[in-house]
Design a binder for this molecule. Sequence first.
Ligand code: GDP
Length: 532
Amino acid sequence: MDSETARRNHRDEVDRRRTFAIISHPDAGKTTLTEKLLLKGGAIHEAGEIKARKANRHARSDWMSMEQERGISVTSSVMQFKHRGFALNLLDTPGHRDFSEDTYRVLTAVDSVIMVLDVASGVEEQTRKLMEVCRLRDIPIITFVNKLDRFGLPPLEILSDIEETLALETVPLSWPIGMGDRFRGTYNLYEDELHLFSHADMQGEHERLAIDSLDDERLDDILGEQADELRFDIELVREAGDSLNLERYRDGIQTPVFFGSALSNFGVGDMLDTFVDIAPPPQPRPTTTRTVDPNEEAFSGVVFKIQANMDPRHHDRMAFVRVCSGQFERGMTVTHSQSGDTMRLNNATAFMAQDREGVERAWPGDIIGIMNHGTLKIGDSLCAGDPVEFTGVPSFAPEHFRKVHLEDPFRAKHLGKGLTQLSEEGAIQVFRPLRGNDYILGAVGELQFDVVLARLEDEYNVDARLSGVNYTCCRWIEGDPTIVEAYESDEISNLFRDASGALAYLGLSTWRLERMMEDWPELNFKKTKEHV
Ligand code: GDP
């Protein structure tokens, strides 16, 4: 292959990739939607497969049995499927009780997001939190309003909820005709097409009907009195609403909205078609020195998640690496930018597509899993060309805190070592007060504490106990050294250093935090901290 053809092939591979996550509040329908998407893409054959995985996940009563399921959690954490010639990578965002900092970090590895809302509830707490993370990089968002086969909030109310709570412009691309028992289907606002829902055959194919315009009399024949309701709604939406603007969507300002019912596979196909058309392919990514373009020839990638204990006897860890540029081939040699060491990537088989020659390759936007013994840490970079250090996979300010108590004081050194390693993996955050010797743990999800206690005992032979503390918020402090020094002596009782030595404030209330931020306007109080 000459180099021009190789470049063109590479560009094609990049252009047809879509790497994304689904964000939602528990029970809005993420699992159901995932299953329908994978069925469409032929990635799973049996309805219920993903459901069963989810059931497994929630059947785990403690962390050890959870670990027995780890094979499952790894294979379902990156799902590859195809749609209309596009290669899609869907990254799982753990929710419910396995909500953790990993959930946030997954969002640093995607190029866009599908947001699922339950029509009965609108925007809920977990969605709002995940949206905040999407905002850090202005990730484009497509909205799917789910469960229209049930009764819920009026569609206009859902749109204004999104606009007000999430500060996103909404552009409905389909419009629901009734809901619950009166749900008749959706109207495609761009193609003037009716998509009819069948209550009798919820899993069957749903009929589509192209019509001339809203004045078409066939609307009255089919929808009866609901035809006029639809005309009224559409007129309102067309008058009041914005029209789809690709740039505003790509900038994370505007969200196209679809209505449907994931359970009945209704509206899912329309959304997926639009998704592959408008969602961005793998995007350039920032490093400490320059921006890396996915079309660059040399391979580069960034670690955004670590799955520990793949094999407890060997302390194996799997680093999830997002390919950022070039092409990955198993067995290739790369430089680990942070240490300068070279690594041969033999143990990197997960989540990779096999091409016709049976060679395992991955392109930008794909995720590869690399087995290692703790060399790779969250935020690390691997490069085949000149080493760069990617940014954009930060630590996120914890929301839950615990104090560590050691049962056997002679194990203090082991405790320190264990906590340092666990924090490097991103399993937990560790803070030590400027004055005093306590270890304070910080987490985004409560389950992280259970995991850390179990792993301290299992891997480091440390018997520790946790107790509650009154902290509710955390910010990393940055600013002019002389001002930071003055601030340190003023606030010393609330100041800590994290495992990397960065200065952090742990606060008792957001109200106090806000007051303090007003008192120290020259300082930056950051909700995320970069690893480099
Ligand atoms: P997740 O927690 O967001 O993954 O939600 P699930 O996909 O597990 O769905 C939660 C519940 O809502 C399950 O009982 C689903 O069967 C149900 N569900 C999901 N989508 C729909 C839908 O379109 N209509 C109805 N009526 N129920 C749905």
